[in-house]
Design a protein around this ligand. Structure first.
Ligand code: PEP
Ligand code: MG
Length: 577
């Protein structure tokens, strides 16, 4: 049966491939009685599933992807130990025998019993082991239910592309997917600027979020068309539709190829006004792509991705090596290292993780968390400072709202410098420190920032989230996410103009910077530094090269004054015509 689902497009392009269902949530399992005669074979089925899950862990251990954190192996060992422990396996065997229960149900009963005990433990580290027990059990469950969920081998050819279909994927899951060459991603939940969507975009492959029923209605192996530009997912397309999409896909491929010619063309508008185009990265491994796209620097290195998918914190040496790698690879081009922005949808797993809060996006996130954990913050600051000796490193502070947050951070940077002086370790004495403008209060109180910092970077993803009071990860309010809302535009325009008048460099590093529909508007509002995923950079450059700045400025001012959404859309269409 063919059918169509609609969601939110998060990553341009079209992909055609086969559904691969991935489950990160605990599976619902059926409960049924096994005939007396089959009880022993049910026990054997259970034992075989445990064995297979162990083998899978062994195989994973033998093929740890190069970018995976060092703790990944320890994590696999722990899961293996859990599978070896009779506490997990003995009771289900009993249940199968005494209650003639099916293996899946018996396993879930024991898993729930074990995990309930973890809730009563005071020690947060031990309490956290609950999720390891769940994950190890889920691996067995997936074998039993025939839903492997494991990452398959990379696709071999265009025809064999796999499209990940999941109810939800965390940003941490997405980072692990970076090493696998999937053709696309589709999820039931998530907003367009959730970090999951951002990482999907950085993979440069078509993706759709907020599809609601994809995981439920699509079966493993079904043929899918993912249109990452419109958010349309077509399941089991008929031959005519398939042919049409294949044509569009190849046209897009040709356009992408053509864009590559612009790699070393300087970005400037038709009158010769230069524009800087920087890249956003999540891991050091993303740097070659930034260079390949002709980025003039890294405008946002989201360092928190080094802290995900692991149970402990990366130490100073590990962080230093990662930051230095990027600084050196960029060969003298600027590298803006954003200090740890965990919390909200980027949850750390283990030690030092912010506690679960009722409202994480507004809670102890980013700079707030770092200032609450000064030793951890100092470790990161020392690592960044040390890397500054090997390139043009700048420090960027996320989620600032108060003067005292800047002052405390500057004091910690001073302390980190003193510690390095004592150790006689070199660093750039004049390293610049900038602030993200991503809370409306910050955009309305710019002098607080301009007096104390060297540069600004507008984080439009959070600025929109906090201005319009919509959780960026919540697909039920995703339709209210609106970069063109007059309040958002007023804050963005005010920040660009005030900073520029005050002689302070200002960039946009949120997703607005990589949105082709908004390039001219931002140029017209005075923006000259854009930072975005490398995959978007050349298309944005092409748009800039074809922009008449004079006309654009006049129209952008009119957009700013328009308070009628229809008028705004009409003016935007004229800007982009
Ligand atoms: C932003 O908020 O726009 C931003 C660039 O930071 P992040 O998306 O990582 O929150
Ligand atoms: Mg942000």
């Amino acid at each position: 049966m063919n059918f169509v689902l609609h969601g939110y497009p998060v990553s341009a392009g079209i992909t055609i491939g086969y559904a691969h269902l991935v489950s990160t949530a605990r599976l619902e399992v059926a409960h049924y009685e096994v005939p007396e005669i089959d009880v022993e074979s049910e026990v054997q089925r259970f034992d075989a599933a445990i064995r297979q899950a162990r083998e899978e862990l062994g195989a994973l251990k033998a093929h740890i992807p190069p970018g995976a954190p060092a703790e990944f192996e320890a994590f696999l060992n722990l899961h293996r130990m859990i599978l070896d422990d009779s506490a997990l396996s003995e009771a289900p065997r009993e249940l199968i025998r005494t209650r003639r229960a099916n293996a899946e149900w018996a396993l879930v009963q024991q898993m729930e019993k074990l995990t309930a005990r973890f809730d009563e433990i005071d020690d947060p580290y031990l309490r956290e082991r609950k999720s390891d027990v769940q994950q190890a059990a889920e691996r067995v469950l997936k074998v039993l239910t025939g839903d492997q969920g494991a990452l398959p081998e990379p696709a071999l050819s265009e025809e064999q592309k796999l499209i990940v279909v999941a109810h939800d994927l965390s940003p941490a899951d997405m980072i692990l997917f970076k090493r696998h060459h999937f053709g696309g991603f589709v999820t039931d939940v998530g907003g367009v600027t959730s970090h999951t969507a951002i990482v999907a975009r950085s993979l440069g492959i078509p993706a759709i979020v907020g599809l609601h029923h994809a995981r439920q209605t699509i079966s493993e192996g079904e043929l899918l068309i993912v249109d990452g530009m419109t958010g349309v997912l077509i399941v089991n397309p008929d031959p005519l539709v398939l042919a049409e999409y294949r044509l569009r896909q190849s046209q897009l491929g040709i356009e992408r190829q053509k864009l590559k010619r612009l790699k070393s063309t300087p970005a400037a508008t038709l009158d010769g006004t230069p524009v800087e185009l920087f890249a956003n990265i999540e891991l050091p491994q993303d740097t070659p792509e930034a260079i390949e796209a002709g980025a003039e620097g890294v405008g946002l290195f989201r360092t928190e991705f080094l802290f995900l998918n692991r149970k402990d914190l990366p130490g100073e040496e590990e962080q230093f090596a990662a930051y230095r790698e990027v600084a050196e690879a960029m060969q003298g081009r600027p590298v803006v290292l954003r200090t740890l922005d965990v919390g909200a949808d980027k949850a750390m797993d283990g030690d030092g993780a912010p506690h679960t809060m009722p409202n994480p996006a507004m809670g102890l996130r980013a700079i707030r968390f770092c200032l609450a954990e000064p030793q951890m913050f100092l470790t990161q600051l020392r690592a960044i400072l040390r890397a500054s000796h090997y390139g043009r490193v700048r420090i960027l502070l996320p989620m600032l709202a108060h003067a005292h947050e800047i002052e405390q951070t500057l004091a910690l940077i001073k302390q980190a410098k003193q510690q390095l002086d004592e150790r006689r370790q070199p660093y750039d004495q004049a390293v610049e420190v900038g602030g993200m403008i991503e809370i409306p209060a910050a955009a309305l109180a710019l002098p607080i920032f301009m007096r104390r910092l060297n540069f600004l970077s507008i984080g439009t993803n959070d600025l929109i989230q906090y201005t319009l009071a919509i959780d960026r990860t919540d697909d039920s309010v995703a339709h209210l996410y609106d970069p063109l809302h007059p309040a958002v535009l007023a804050l963005v325009a005010n920040t660009i103009q005030t900073a520029t008048r005050g002689g302070m460099p200002v960039a946009v590093c949120g997703e607005m910077a990589g949105d082709l529909q908004l390039t001219r508007l931002l140029l017209g509002l005075g923006l000259r530094n854009f930072s975005m995923h490398p995959s978007q950079l050349l298309a944005i450059k092409e748009r800039i090269l074809r922009t008449n700045l004079g006309e654009t400025q006049a129209l952008a001012q009119r957009v700013l004054r328009a308070h009628d959404p229809a008028k705004t859309r009409e003016l935007l269409a004229r800007l982009n015509s």
